[in-house]
Ligand binder design. Structure first.
Ligand code: ATP
Ligand code: MG
Length: 557
């Protein structure tokens, strides 16, 4: 399905997996994609999905979908539903292997009891602020909590009462007893459980203590028999803790391998930041077509194959590095060029009257649907006496090298005739509001029998047949290459990320355009109908412009 490398792939993860199979450390491959349902999936997650599902598929293994839903305060069913829809849209399938960390809450509780009984965990009464003060810094060791030496019996009693709801939020935690002097701060007696009296989207009010992500993640992998727990680089420092938990509890140990996080120029990929854009109303929602989320890409008309191809192009590396968003745009154009049918749409219309064209006559001219795909066939486009062309395709006083329409000059109308501008009509303020032209009936289809040439071909729509539409042209959401580097990423927003063209006209074949289906508006870019479209009001999103800056970068290099 994807272009991703097969098991002969030489990236460092596939190499490690192959070695594990050869050495007999594992006899099968089982991975998982573990989203936290606290937001929508973004393009960084698409990379992780392509690694997790792609590697499992390459080695004939399986990949689970597991929601790491340990924080009831930030998680919602809406996110669960959208994450599943997005993964399916991307083209991946977890079959019947859908899991939730919350399904393991009872098991995790028992693991915690085991650690208490071994003297490896204790109930701590320090407040969050005190705990921070005791933790030490990167250069100084921490200090032991005064509650660290509570007896096993006292710890079991307090932990049972924590579960029973006897204590308010924040008053007690269960902590692992590891080493307050450890160089790795994650090992300084980390919190395993906290008290949160909140309703969980799946377990309701069954629990008022919830495991920390770090106490749930590794054990969940273990419970599911994951062989290769693939995750992004920021979890490298957590690996010793995950290993410590499974070793001390005495359960099966998966192997964790970290890979580089996708960092994309002109983009932010943190769910916390994306949520802020949504909450503050700077975008219309998680699926606003300017967002880097998969639902936004889908709405904007980006094919799933383009995202899979992009993930294959960037591959998996060990170290984080910035990926140029132009590479993603290149992958999108490549795919759209292949699959998008061509249509004519006039975004900033200028009225044209063909003086010598018979009043009331309509001709149906044949237009090619996709020059890249002969199987896409042709369609008929109506032509009549009054047309619209783009304002930009006419200049009363042409600048040098301007070959399009100008008084006295002849150009070709795509699939139609040569026309010549013979007069210009202006309004009271001197703005051009209409062109008077003549056409040459001998040039039907676009060529002159006498061999005379024109230097430009422009697109058009027939005024009486055209369908009015609103067109939304999107640009990058951020104006700077690394918005995350700013003190506040919100200051880096591009004020011109959306241009609305309220009075465009599209050819009649577009009246039934399906939301999300890719179309090329000839000469204007790739577009698709938006979800906001109604039969009475068509709305189109620009997916991407036609110009490919990445192809240029590559050919220079
Ligand atoms: P964010 O920082 O955007 O909130 P997250 O890591 O908290 O992301 P999770 O839902 O926990 O989001 O992520 C699920 C999986 O996706 C994790 O295994 C994580 O490593 C991976 N992932 C998240 N962001 C990226 C990224 N930018 N590049 C590659 N993988 C990512
Ligand atoms: Mg996370």
């Amino acid at each position: 399905m994807t272009d991703s490398p097969t098991s002969t792939g030489t990236d460092f993860i596939r190499t490690a997996v192959r070695e594990d199979l050869a050495s007999g450390r594992f006899t099968r491959v089982s991975t998982r994609f573990p989203p936290e349902p606290n937001g929508y999936l973004h393009i960084g997650h698409a990379k992780a999905i392509s690694v997790d599902f792609g590697i499992a598929a390459d080695f004939g293994g399986t990949c689970n979908l597991r929601f790491d839903d340990t924080n009831p305060v930030k998680e919602e069913q809406e996110y669960v539903d959208n994450i599943m829809a997005d993964i399916r849209w991307l083209g991946y399938d977890w079959d019947d292997r859908l899991f939730f960390a919350s399904d393991y809450f009872e098991q995790l509780y028992q693991y915690a009891v085991t650690l208490i009984q071994k003297g490896k965990a204790f109930v701590c009464d320090l407040t969050a602020d005190e705990m921070r003060a005791y933790r030490g810094t990167l250069t100084e060791p921490g200090k032991n909590s005064p509650y660290r030496d509570r007896s096993v019996e006292e710890n079991l009693d307090l932990f049972t009462r924590m579960r029973a709801g006897e204590f308010p939020d924040g008053t007690r935690t269960l902590r692992a007893k590891i080493d307050m002097a450890a160089g790795n701060i994650n090992m300084r007696d980390p919190v395993m459980y906290r008290i949160i009296h909140a309703t969980h989207h799946r377990t309701g009010d069954t629990w008022c203590i919830y495991p920390m992500y770090d106490f749930a993640h590794g054990q969940s992998d273990s419970i599911e028999g994951i062989t290769h727990s693939l995750c992004s680089l920021e979890y490298e420092d957590h690996r010793p803790l995950y290993d410590w938990y499974v070793r001390e509890i005495g359960i099966y140990a998966p192997r964790q391998i970290e890979f580089a996080r996708l960092i994309l120029s002109y983009t932010v990929l943190s769910k916390r930041k994306l949520l802020r854009l949504v909450k503050d109303g700077l975008v219309t929602g998680w699926d606003d077509p300017r967002m880097p989320t998969l639902s936004a890409f889908r709405r904007r008309g980006v094919p799933a194959a383009a995202i899979r191809n992009f993930a294959a192009m960037i591959g998996v590396a060990k170290n984080n590095s910035l990926v140029d968003v132009a590479l993603l745009e290149h992958a999108i154009r490549n795919e759209l060029n292949r699959v998008a049918e061509r249509r004519m749409a006039v975004l900033k219309p200028l009225r044209v009257v063909i003086e010598n064209y018979p009043e009331g006559q309509v001709e149906h001219l044949t237009a090619v649907n996709n020059p890249e795909d002969a199987g896409a066939g042709t369609r008929e486009v109506p032509f009549s006496k009054v047309l619209y062309i783009e304002r930009d395709d006419f200049r009363e006083v042409p600048p040098p090298k301007y070959f399009r329409l100008t008084p006295g000059r002849e150009v070709r109308l795509r699939y139609a005739y040569f026309i010549k501008c013979v007069d210009v009509v202006k309004d009271a303020s001197g703005d051009v509001i209409e062109l008077r032209c003549t056409y040459d009936p001998a040039t039907r289809g676009g060529d002159a029998p006498d061999g005379r040439k024109v230097k430009a071909t422009i697109h058009w729509v027939s005024a009486q047949h055209a369908v009015p539409a609103e067109v939304r042209n999107y640009d990058r959401l951020f104006k700077s290459e690394r918005p995350d580097d700013a003190d506040d990423f919100m200051t880096e927003l591009n004020p011109d990320s959306l241009e609305v063209l309220p009075q465009a006209y599209v050819e009649p074949a577009l009246a039934s355009a399906q939301p999300g289906a890719p179309i090329q508006f000839e000469r204007n870019g790739y577009y698709c109908a938006d979800l906001d479209s109604t039969p009475g009001k068509l709305v189109f999103n620009r997916t991407i412009t036609l110009k490919d800056s990445w192809a240029k970068i590559e050919s220079k290099g």
